[in-house]
Design a protein around this ligand. Sequence first.
Ligand code: HXC
Length: 256
Amino acid sequence: SQYQNILTSRPADGVALITLNRPKALNALSSPLYEELNHALASFDADEGIRAMVITGSEKAFAAGADIKEMKDKDFSDAFKNRFLENWALLSQIRKPIIAAVSGYALGGGCELAMMCDIILASPTAVFGQPEINLGVIPGGGGTQRIARVAGKSIAMELTLTGRNFTAAEAVSWGLVSRISDKVLDDALAMATTIASKSAIAVQAGKEAVNVAYETSLTEGLRYERRIFHGLFATRDQKEGMAAFAEKRKATWSHS
Ligand code: HXC
C-alpha cells in the first residue's frame, strides 16, 4: 500500500473504506497519519467510481486523539508558523459523504475527527470525550464549536471543562451520533452502499445544503436549498429519476 498509517479498500460498489491503522498508539492522529488520511480522502473524492466513504478505526480505538508525544514539545511559534492542525479542515472540503464508524476510544482529536464526518454510527463500546483540559489545553480540532452547535452550551461547557468521557447513548441523545449498532462497521458500509446507490450529484447537493444549516440564517439557508433544488432540474438524473417513477421502473443513474 502507498500508506503506512491507514488502510484503504473498496468493500462495495461505489464505497471507499479508510481504516486508521496505528494500533500500538490507539490510532493517535500523528501528522503523518493525518497527511495520509487527507491524501486518501482527496483521492477518493476525485475518483468517479466512489460515491460514499467510511472512516473507521479498530475495536479498541477509533482514535485516542492527536498524538500527544508529537505535540508535547511544540512551542507557540512552531505551532503558528507551521499552521498546526490547519490541514484538519480539509475533511470539510470533501464533497462526497463520509460516515464515521466508531468503536472504542474516540477522544480529543478522535472525537473531533468523528464529528467532522457527515454521519456517525457508534458501537455500544464507543467512549467519546474531549479530555484536552487534562493536558492543559482545549480542543483544537473543532470540538468546542461542533458540540456547542449540535448539543448546546451546557453540554459543550461540561464536556470541555471537565474533560469527562461520554457514552454512545449520551451522544445519541444529544444528536451527535445517529445510532448505536453492535456491528457498526457493517452498518456503516450498508449505509454507504445505500447512499452510493443514489444519484451522486443529488447526494452531493444534499450534503452541501445540510452543511449550510451550520453556517447561515434560516432564511438564507432556505434560499440556498431552493436554489440548489432548482439547479438539480438541469441534471440528467432528475429527468431519469422522475421518468422512472412515472414509468413504474427503477431509475438508472448516470450521476450527472
Ligand atoms: C499518543 C497515545 C495516545 C495519544 C494513547 N497513546 N493515546 N500516544 N497520543 N493521544 C499510546 C500510549 O502512550 C501507549 O503507548 C499506547 O497508545 C496504548 O495506550 P495505553 O494508555 O497504554 O492504553 P490504555 O491503558 O488502554 O488507555 C487507553 C486511553 C489512554 C484511556 C485511551 O491511552 C489515554 O488516555 N490516551 C490519551 C487520550 C487523550 O488525552 N486524548 C486527547 C489528546 S489531545 P506506549 O508506547 O506507552 O505503549 C488532542 C488534542 C486535539 O487530541 C487537538 C486538535 C486535534
